[in-house]
Design a protein around this ligand. Structure first.
Ligand code: CP
Ligand code: NVA
Length: 308
């Protein structure tokens, strides 16, 4: 079981490259059918606070805890007192008395930070407006399974400079993979995130680029990645975003500029014929369902490392 210096997973920025690689190698072990039910967390309970919808995160964490011999509890903020104004800190202190770990999906990164600050048990970020670290663990696992390395590989993310883009950039920079983000200038990733990624890249030798030109970005890419144009909480902007992002659709014409053996990735859920065409999503380069399955394996490794 890998050793992680941090008590929590708030953002991949807090993890070293070697911690990330250890987690990936451990995930590969746990993925082997004979290791599916290792009771590494026997009797341990994970609470999962959700302030936003989820299919993959909820089900993969719950199934993962069960396979590790533990239990997971779904806590919608529509039901718990936090949704009626009980403070995040009080919630953390109370839950620490019952649970061995807390996963939270919420809007503000500061909510995760407040929870982690007051919690006596590990806190895992299951997506905020700023980050989606668990997704990127699964993505790195998927890339590693296909290419066996990150060095010399180029990932290009085309679309909204959102939570997934932020975490991808940081994750790639940590492990030494080149990462280009192509987005309309209005939707570039946050400057602070780019700076952060660049500081890690200076260390690992990765190249981080931000551009408005999707065609240029896609050239010589080994991985094309996209995400929805309107994230959870941005539903009202959906129409305007659809217009801004139209030139950034991942389709056959754009993908033709990527390397011949490129992978297509998407964190899902996808909107077919918006950010990606059906032919790409369902095509031979797409690994989106492997990626989704890898949420389970990557998170089992993380849960074991943080909660053992
Ligand atoms: N990719 C992802 O986090 O999916 P869910 O929103 O279904 O959890
Ligand atoms: N960027 C998307 C990811 C969903 C998994 C969102 O935040 O809604």
């Amino acid at each position: 079981i890998p050793t992680i210096a941090q008590k929590n997973l708030q953002s991949l920025k807090d993890y070293t490259a070697s911690e990330l690689l250890d987690l990936l190698h451990f995930a590969i072990e746990l993925k082997k059918p004979e290791n599916k039910y290792l009771p590494l967390l026997e009797g341990k309970v994970l609470g999962m606070i959700f302030e936003k919808s989820s299919t993959r995160t909820r089900v993969s964490f719950e199934a993962g805890m069960l396979q590790l011999g533990g239990h997971a509890m779904y806590l919608s903020t529509r039901d718990i007192q936090m949704g009626r104004g009980e403070t995040v800190a009080d919630t953390a202190r109370v839950l620490s008395g019952y649970l061995d770990g807390i996963m939270i999906r919420t809007f503000h990164q500061t909510t995760v930070e407040e929870l982690a600050q007051a919690s006596l048990v590990p806190v895992i970020n299951g997506l905020t407006d700023d980050y989606h670290p668990c997704q990127i663990l699964a993505d790195l696992l998927t890339i590693y399974e296909h290419f066996g390395t990150f060095k010399g590989k180029k990932l290009t993310y085309i679309g909204d400079g959102n939570n997934v883009a932020h975490s991808l950039m940081i994750g790639a920079a940590k492990v030494g993979m080149d990462c280009t983000i192509a987005a309309p200038a209005k939707y570039f990733p946050k400057a602070a995130m780019v700076e952060l990624a660049q500081s890690f890249a200076a260390f690992s030798g990765a190249k981080i680029e931000i551009t408005e030109d999707p065609l240029k970005a896609v050239k010589e890419s080994d991985i094309l990645y996209t995400d929805v144009w309107a994230s959870m909480g941005q539903e009202k902007e959906a129409l305007a975003r659809m217009q801004h992002f139209a030139p950034y659709q991942v389709n056959e014409k754009l993908a033709a500029y990527a390397n011949p053996d490129y992978l297509f990735m998407h964190c899902l859920p996808a909107h077919r014929e918006e950010e990606v065409t059906t032919s790409i999503l369902e095509g031979p380069h797409s690994v989106v369902f492997q990626q989704a399955e890898n949420r389970l394996h990557a998170q089992k490794a993380l849960l074991a490392a943080l909660m053992k």
